[in-house]
Every structure is written in structure tokens, then in C-alpha cells.
Write a protein that binds this ligand. Sequence first.
Ligand code: 5RP
Length: 224
Amino acid sequence: MSDHLKRIAAQEAVREIRDGMIVGLGTGSTAAHFIRLLGERVRAGLNIRAIPTSENSAALAHEEGIALTTFEQHPTLDLTVDGADEVSPELDLIKGLGGALVREKVVAHASRRVLIVVDEGKLVDRLGTRTVIPVEAIPFAADLVVLQLQKWGGSASIRQKNGRHFISDNGNCVIDWSHGLVDNALEMEKRIKAVTGVVDSGIFAGIASSVISAGPSGIRRMDR
Ligand code: 5RP
């Protein structure tokens, strides 16, 4: 059911893509729907270039025949379409359960507009309601970052995959921090980023321009 809703949200987003755009490609199952739908339009003649937020999304774009570009050629993107794990009423986000948070944030910051597509189960009254806060840290510092986050409250642990540390596309660890409800997203984002050894966190405060959510009763669009 939620996968069907993710696809509906992605369908709505793909309608915003116009000829000549430089498009940021998010990561995750909702972004994958968007990339496949965009591929259909490219094969029908749409002329765009894209910058992916992960190796997985790059591979999918390649399969779909979507031409990729670089920041060297295109330092500013027209529109990025990405998923999220939580969306607050202020359109602040938690992202990164898929482990691509740093590249997602880099691409989002380089974009004129950031459109987030979710199934409506991701909408929360306050960030931290249903998910951990992912924090990417260099491996050398990861244990120290875990201790610092635990001092601030809640539990934190280095993400595991197949019995080993999960390693991001950037060669880093991801720490999942169960902090609980976040009072001030921007302040929390800055506070985490100031810890030495942290690359960035999955809190995206003030970054989303618009959110499209799909639910059983239809599609809702929220603009900043
Ligand atoms: C990956 C992300 C994803 O956008 C987020 O995890 C949502 O994924 P999905 O669309 O599969 O629910 O931030 O780093």
C-alpha cells in the first residue's frame, strides 16, 4: 500500500520536470519510482541532465537512460526530487534511513527548488516521532560521536549491515540516534554538525521548498 502511494507522489513530481532542466535525483524507494518515471519521459524525448545523490540512484539513472552531469558542469540544479523519513508541518525533514543523507544534503543545497515526495505516513507533528536521527561521521571518530550523542540523551549506535558497520558512499559510518522529539530542528541540525568528526546529520531544516504527500484520500501539496 505505501509503495503504491510512494509511486503516486512520484508521478505528481515528474510532471514538474521540463525540457532543459538540471535535476537532482534522490535516493530510496520513493525516489526510485521518480527516477523510473523520469526515465519513461526521457525515452519519450525529454531532454534533461541529472545529478544523483547515491551510487544506487546513479546506477538506476544509467539503466533508465538518464544523462548524468557533474557540479563542475552544472553547479546549480533547477529541481531536486527526493523522499524523506519524516516531514514536520514546517516542512523540516529527517532523512537518511537509506544512508545517503550527506550527498542528498549537498545536492539539495545546490538546488533552486527541493521537492519532497512521501506517502502520508511520513507526516508527523514533530520530528523524532517515528524515526531515529541518522548522523554520518568519519569512521575514526564514530565511537566518540556515539558517546557525545548519548550524553545529550537517548541511545545511539553505529548502523550495522550484514554483521559489519554500514559504510556510506562517502566511506563513512552512520550513527542512528534515538533522541525522541526534536524541539527546534535548525538548532539541532547545527548542534550535531558542530561535533568534530561529524560530516552531517539527517535533519534537513528549511531545505524543502515543497512536499507532495499521497494518502488513501488523495494527494496533498504543501509549499514553503
Ligand atoms: C535515503 C533517504 C530516503 O529519502 C528516505 O530514507 C526515504 O526512503 P523511502 O522513499 O524508501 O521511504 O533519505 O538516505
